[in-house]
Design a protein around this ligand. Structure first.
Ligand code: ADP
Ligand code: MG
Length: 317
């Protein structure tokens, strides 16, 4: 199977057709149409074996994850996903692996009507780079920079589940793909409906990929603000608390990544509108604190003491 057979067999035969794709896979480049009145939102993420996923991980989960982490970035901007490009570096053309990868990738792509419009395939160490494009109505993108003192802080879903899942995999040898925690690590759900519902409501948003304190920290730096967070309110994954205890589950939520939940802020004058739109989020959203003018992040325990551990999050360098 040469490079072109591989592309044809696993990536060019997707069922999804979008009318805004004038020309998809097969030429030197794709030709795409951005709808009138919309802005193009673009993002790219690489998954490197041994860093972002484990070589022995199920290929279908890797395919899901490669797209999910990218869709999560679009969700955090309030963008509607549209197109993806896929750059693959593969040590060998392993048909079983490619079929699994494509299954995971296209299952998620189909759910959000994302068309794969191009890519690149080379031989090399296993690594996957996905670029995604989406749309927002002009001027409506939700950035990290809009949080203001008095805004309420929320987080979607549950915190700490993915980190707990990774730990179950690494330290307990757990492999059941349907385990509640393992599943959250292997197949994170990008919060696309939540991102769309938060347009015109959230003053700032970020997806939690590096750990809650690090990612909320990015909002604070970009917005020139501070925050008070009540740790008691943080929606810790029940299974993580059960297996590792509350303190460890809390540490995992605050300083380990991969949850891909959205952390966002809502100004007081939009709280009523937010309440009416909550249903359309497609997931829970928990109030966990307030933005203030201190330029510091304070995470406060139930007894009033501060969370003292370093808020480093995952850093590559
Ligand atoms: P070029 O050499 O002109 O860059 P390629 O031969 O690399 O083109 O690719 C041929 C076509 O197949 C292009 O349309 C490219 O976008 C697409 N393609 C290559 N690899 C992939 C992939 N892994 N997934 C989807 N499309 C791909
Ligand atoms: Mg070319």
């Amino acid at each position: 199977m040469d490079e072109f057979d591989l592309i044809q067999r696993f990536f060019a035969m997707q069922p999804l057709r979008r009318p805004d794709v004038s020309l998809g896979i097969g030429d030197d480049a794709a030709v795409l149409r951005v709808p009138d009145g919309q802005e193009l939102v673009a993002s790219v993420d690489s998954l490197v074996a041994g860093v972002h996923f484990i070589e022995t991980m199920d290929a279908e989960a890797v395919g899901h994850r490669a797209l999910a982490v990218n869709l999560s970035d679009l969700a955090a901007m309030g963008a509607e996903p549209a197109w993806a490009l896929l750059a693959l570096s593969l040590p060998a053309a392993d048909e079983g692996w490619l079929a699994g990868f494509a299954r995971g990738f296209f299952a998620l792509a189909g759910r959000y009507s994302v068309a794969l419009v191009g890519g690149n395939t080379v031989r090399g160490p296993l690594s996957i780079t996905v670029t995604v494009h989406g749309f927002v109505p002009r001027g409506m993108a939700i950035t990290r920079a809009g949080a203001r003192p008095g805004d309420h802080i929320y987080v979607t879903g549950e915190s700490g589940a993915a980190a707990a899942g990774l730990r179950c995999w690494q330290e307990q040898g757990m492999r059941d793909p349907d385990d509640v925690l393992l599943r959250r690590f292997l197949r994170p759900e990008p919060r696309v409906p939540a991102g769309l519902a938060l347009r015109g409501i959230a003053s700032a948003a970020i997806d939690v990929s590096d750990g809650f304190t690090a990612d909320l920290g990015h909002i604070l730096v970009a917005s020139g603000a501070g925050a008070n967070v009540s740790l008691e309110s943080l929606p810790l994954a029940a299974a993580a608390v059960e297996r590792f205890g509350r303190e460890t589950a809390l540490r995992m939520a605050l300083s380990s990544g991969d949850d891909y939940e959205l952390c966002f802020t809502v100004p007081p004058q939009r709280l009523a509108l937010f309440e009416t739109r909550r249903r359309t989020l497609d997931c829970a959203a928990t109030h966990i604190g307030e933005i203030n003018a201190t330029r510091k992040l304070r995470c406060v325990r139930q007894d009033g003491s501060d969370w003292a551990e370093s808020a480093a999050g995952y850093k590559h360098f």
